[in-house]
Design a protein around this ligand. Structure first.
Ligand code: FE2
Ligand code: FE2
Length: 270
């Protein structure tokens, strides 16, 4: 990634043009900085969708009711479809998603349960690092819907206005499906909060997952996001998206009496 260097006059002109509404289509000539950033973000989304689908997959079998198995199967299918949409965009940009999927360990999950890997990457792929953690309980599956699908929804909201037209187009259906996933999470957070024992466990698991999901928004020290905003590949800074997400979670947790844990990116629980 291009960090800590001065932008060239051409690049500054590009930022200006994008601010004034310039967009790109797949066969357009793209400045190198734009192309590299776009490809990087697409890989991150594609690998996250793919490894997310695989992480949800065992829960088709383990979901508590027949109706829930159907819903989980639907969610798995959605995530795999999201991956295929994004990988197709990468293929159109000359990348090799088929080889990538075959040669990387996108199904890999951490065995340990109560760990926090901070901002680390564990394998040679581009997934957002929350997808390295294992979904151990049904409560975790619900929290993934409640937290991670919601975080993804907030991030994808920016892509609805992307300067890269094929991505903007592809994201519309994806965004709607993510809303279905997080609604499933909200429904179950309410159900689990009604039983004192379930609620206690939900709070325990929320405490574990919270720093993991907050890390998804990246470190405030990272500068790459500012560049994505200049390129029209994102609209808001990570901190702005994260604040919108936290405000929503705080309201939902207040409604059911759950406590939103403290978070400090510099203090990562082990
Ligand atoms: Fe997705
Ligand atoms: Fe999702």
């Amino acid at each position: 990634m291009t960090k800590n260097r001065e932008f060239t006059p051409e690049e500054n002109q590009l930022f200006e043009d994008i601010k004034n509404g310039k967009t790109f289509d797949k066969d357009d000539d793209m400045p190198e900085l734009y192309r590299k950033s776009l490809i990087h973000l697409l890989w991150m989304q594609g690998d996250s969708e793919y490894s997310g689908a695989l992480g949800y997959m065992p829960w088709i079998e383990k979901a508590p009711t027949l109706q829930e198995k159907v819903l989980v199967a639907q969610i798995v299918k959605d995530e795999m479809r999201h991956a295929s949409v994004i990988y197709r965009l990468l293929k159109d940009l000359g990348q090799g998603p088929q080889e990538h999927v075959e040669n990387t360990e996108l199904g890999y999950k951490l065995e340990e349960d109560e760990v926090n890997i901070g901002f680390k990457r564990l394998k040679d792929d581009y997934r957002v690092n929350i997808f390295y953690y294992n979904i151990k309980y049904w409560t975790d599956f619900i929290l993934f819907n409640f937290l991670m699908d919601r975080a993804a929804g907030h991030q994808l909201q920016d892509t609805l206005n992307s300067s890269y037209l094929p991505w903007k187009k592809g994201i519309e259906g994806i965004y709607k499906e993510e809303i279905m996933h997080l609604t499933h999470g909200d429904k179950w957070v309410k159900i689990l909060s009604q039983d004192p024992k379930d609620k206690e466990f939900l709070q325990e698991r929320l405490n574990l997952w919270w720093p993991r999901v907050m890390n998804v928004f990246g470190s405030a020290k990272g500068r790459a996001n500012d560049l994505y905003v200049k390129l029209g590949l994102k609209k808001r800074t990570n901190a702005e998206v994260r604040d919108a997400f936290v405000t929503e979670i705080q309201k939902l947790c207040d409604e059911v009496g759950l406590v939103v844990p403290e978070y400090d990116e510099n203090v990562q629980p082990k």
